[in-house]
Design a binder for this molecule. Structure first.
Ligand code: NAD
Length: 353
């Protein structure tokens, strides 16, 4: 099949492109604007494949999207391009509204126009797959799980913009019959994760002997999924999922943020101990919490398991071990990003105490 991937130079998009080129016979067009989060270096291993193409373009620019669709003629569109960092959405919400909502509208409008030109067999086989987050469901108490019928209750500018884009996708399915799919996934981690997000940020700061800033008491709970498990879930959904259906994707790995940081410290103590022998956990400090920080996210991913046979391969322990090893072996990838001050803390409405 021909698969158009938007945001294919980002963290999850690049993992999807590498997986499709390395493990399937599909052809891939990567359509990406290359914002600060889009790095073609994530695709060095597949860039020379005859089944891979790249177009630099903005999902908000209808003419570029139209040209890419008409030229590549995809069977599947997987839409990952987005502004994705919650802290940035607190400082600069406008870019999130533009890319996540207006960009998704533009993708839908152009996909519908392209789809309407296809023959009936191709129309029936076409899929528009929108990649979203569990954050649209809001925050949980100590118990319970997000299911596919949990009402939306987004709390941050990021999750509100993703919720808006999810609604547009469902509307294009209901109103125009476009064969749409939506997946809502929990927190991902793994190689090529931009060092502004919790796990790579903590690894980088630990290795540089800096304080490890944990928000509030570190008791917020997130459900962690290794990125390659997410990518296999995406493939299962766009190849075999039922149009119009939503699938939750999660790792059954609920961890408090402080547990995540302590696990990273313990893994680094084993794999790259400090010269002075002091445990990395001594570097942990607690800082003022993120405004409106959701307390707990946890995903019920039984539908995708039951209907499409997907389950994660990595446990939290095996995934963290792989991730820490990758960051230790690829300092040349993340050090320039850290040096460019990309890893500075954002989303703070008041001075840190
Ligand atoms: P990322 O920030 O690493 O990558 C985003 C990519 O989109 C970048 O390559 C960037 O250049 C590109 N992009 C941004 N604006 C664009 C525009 N206007 N036009 C074209 N390209 C543009 O994000 P990620 O972590 O890989 O997330 C990918 C998708 O998965 C997002 O839609 C996100 O909401 C969703 N998601 C992420 C997670 C997670 O834990 N990272 C979890 C669930 C869902």
């Amino acid at each position: 099949m021909r698969i158009l991937v938007t945001g294919g130079a980002g963290f999850i998009g690049s993992a999807l492109v590498r997986h499709l080129i390395e493990n399937t016979a599909h052809e891939v067009l990567n359509f990406d604007k290359l914002t600060y989060a889009g790095l073609l270096s994530t695709l060095d291993s597949v860039a020379r494949s005859s089944r891979y193409r790249f177009v630099q373009g903005d999902v908000c620019d209808a003419a570029s999207v139209r040209a890419a669709l008409d030229d590549f003629r995809p069977d599947i569109v997987t839409h990952l391009a987005a502004e994705s960092h919650v802290d940035r959405s607190i400082d600069e919400p406008g870019a999130f509204i533009q890319t996540n909502i207006v960009g998704t509208y533009t993708m839908l409008a152009e996909a519908r126009r392209y789809w309407s030109t296809l023959g009936s067999t191709e129309q029936a086989a076409f899929r528009f797959h929108h990649i979203s987050t569990d954050e649209v469901y809001g925050s949980l108490g100590d118990t319970g799980l997000f299911t596919e019928s949990t009402p939306y209750d987004p709390r941050s500018p990021y999750s509100a913009s993703k919720a808006g884009s999810d609604h547009l996708v469902q509307a294009w399915g209901h109103t125009y019959g476009l064969p749409v799919l939506v997946t809502n996934c929990s927190n991902n981690y793994g190689p090529y994760h931009y060092p502004e997000k919790l796990i790579p940020l903590m690894i980088a700061k630990a290795l540089d002997g800096e304080a490890l800033p944990v928000y509030g008491k570190g008791d917020q709970v997130r459900d962690w999924l290794y990125v390659d498990d997410h990518v296999r879930a995406l493939q299962a959904v766009f190849e075999r999922g039922e149009p119009g259906r939503r699938y939750n994707v999660g790792g059954h790995n609920e961890k408090q943020n402080i547990e995540v940081v302590r696990t990273l410290c313990a893994t680094l103590d084993r794999l790259a101990p400090r010269a002075d022998g002091i445990p990395y956990a001594e570097q942990i400090t607690f800082v003022v919490d993120r405004p409106g920080h959701d307390r707990r996210y946890a995903i019920d991913a039984s539908r995708i398991g039951r209907e499409l046979g997907w389950k994660p391969r990595e446990t939290f322990e095996t995934g963290i071990e792989k991730t820490v090893r990758w960051y230790l072996e690829h300092e040349e990838w993340w050090r320039p990003l850290v040096a460019a001050k990309a890893a500075e803390r954002r989303g703070v409405c008041e001075p840190e105490g």
